[in-house]
Design a protein around this ligand. Structure first.
Ligand code: P6P
Length: 347
């Protein structure tokens, strides 16, 4: 590479973190967590890319708390993340889709400045078909609330209390994002000052800034819903989807949240996993799927709602609770919210 070409190399994640520490000193203590998540992401990207040749596809022969069959990589990626996050010495408690209860990662009780919620490998049911998957994370500050409570309560009980009863993801999320394992490996991240995207450069093994200050288009031309469920949707949502068809929108749905949300963030439009008659709370989990995606969408100028309530206003009552999620371009999502408001006033 000539000197000019080298000088024009994009900023690495590490350089960006140092820049953020100077520009937003209040985010400086997040650096070890971001770095650890990126390291875990590189390890998981390698495992996912080699799943077929390393006999890592297929099931583990166990089920998670949701009663879902665990893939080998679900279990393995969960361990990779716990090890990376434990090494920071900063994370008190981790909630994971693959853990029945939140786990404490610190020796001393109630320590750790942060708690986090992860979906280590979302969309893993697509792995055997080599379709995009992703890691989703949300980081919250351990509030003072975590240090109170009956002394006889176990660490997990009190940290669960802290995690679920007192920490609204919206009010306490200080960082959120995902790592997409697809045609490229992309780390999308917000620490509360917009959204940045970093692509893994295999030549140097570093995430480099490729999507600075991501803003979702105010309106798109793509809707992303599993229309197989449409007979069970509420009439307003059915009308909403029909209206987009009439306006010439395309439908894109890969059944992998990180891939569908990433495309929506970059191209615009709307993604939804709404409530339906069979699943009144939808399918996606609040703490480690809906809330992190909602944080990113809002930081990029989009909207994220259940259809009735802003996702980031929900106070969690359970680590694995499900919520409907409709998110994307502000004008597209606002169209639906307006239709819901009208349907109420017309009654
Ligand atoms: P359905 C994957 O299993 C997942 O949790 C999300 O990644 C994805 O958005 C959703 O489920 C797909 O669900 O019912 O449309 O197959």
């Amino acid at each position: 590479l000539g000197v000019r070409a080298v000088l024009s190399l994009p900023m690495t994640l590490g350089q960006w973190i140092l820049q953020q520490e100077r520009q937003h000193p209040e985010t400086a203590d997040l650096a070890p967590l971001i770095t650890a998540t990126a390291t875990a992401g590189k390890q998981i990207a390698s495992l996912v890319a080699r799943a077929g040749v390393s006999n890592l596809t297929g099931t583990q022969g166990s089920t998670n708390v949701q009663g879902e069959e665990q893939k080998k990589l679900d279990v393995l990626t969960n361990e990779v993340l716990k090890n990376a996050l434990r090494s920071t010495g900063k994370l008190g408690v981790l909630a994971s889709e693959e853990e029945d209860e939140p786990v404490s990662l610190m020796e001393e009780a109630y320590a750790g400045d942060f708690i986090a919620a992860f979906d280590p490998l979302d969309g893993s049911s697509n792995l055997d078909a080599a379709i995009a998957t992703g890691t989703i994370f949300g980081v919250m500050r351990s509030g003072e609330q975590c240090l109170t409570g009956p002394d006889d309560a176990s660490i997990n009980q009190r940290q669960m209390q802290c995690m679920v009863q007192t920490l609204q993801p919206g009010a306490n999320l200080v960082a959120a994002g995902y790592i997409l394992y697809s045609s490229s490996v992309i780390f999308m991240l917000s620490i509360g000052h917009g959204v940045q995207g970093f692509s893994l450069d295999p030549a140097i093994g570093e995430f480099v800034l490729t999507h600075p200050n991501v803003r979702i288009p105010t309106r798109g031309k793509i809707y992303s819903f599993n229309e197989a469920n449409s007979d069970n949707w509420d009439p307003v949502l059915q009308d909403y989807i029909r209206s987009m068809k009439k306006r010439g929108y395309s439908s894109r749905y890969i059944g992998s949240l990180v891939g569908d949300v990433h495309r929506t963030l970059i191209y615009g439009g709307v993604f939804g996993y709404p409530a339906d008659k069979k699943n009144p709370n939808g399918k996606l989990r609040l703490l480690y799927e809906c809330a992190p995606m909602a944080f990113l969408m809002e930081q990029a100028g989009g909207i994220a709602t259940t259809g009735k309530q802003r996702i980031l206003d929900i106070v969690p009552q359970g680590v694995h609770q499900r919520e409907p999620l409709i998110c994307g371009s502000s004008a597209d999502v606002q169209d639906l919210l307006t239709m819901y408001e009208r349907s109420v006033t017309m009654r």
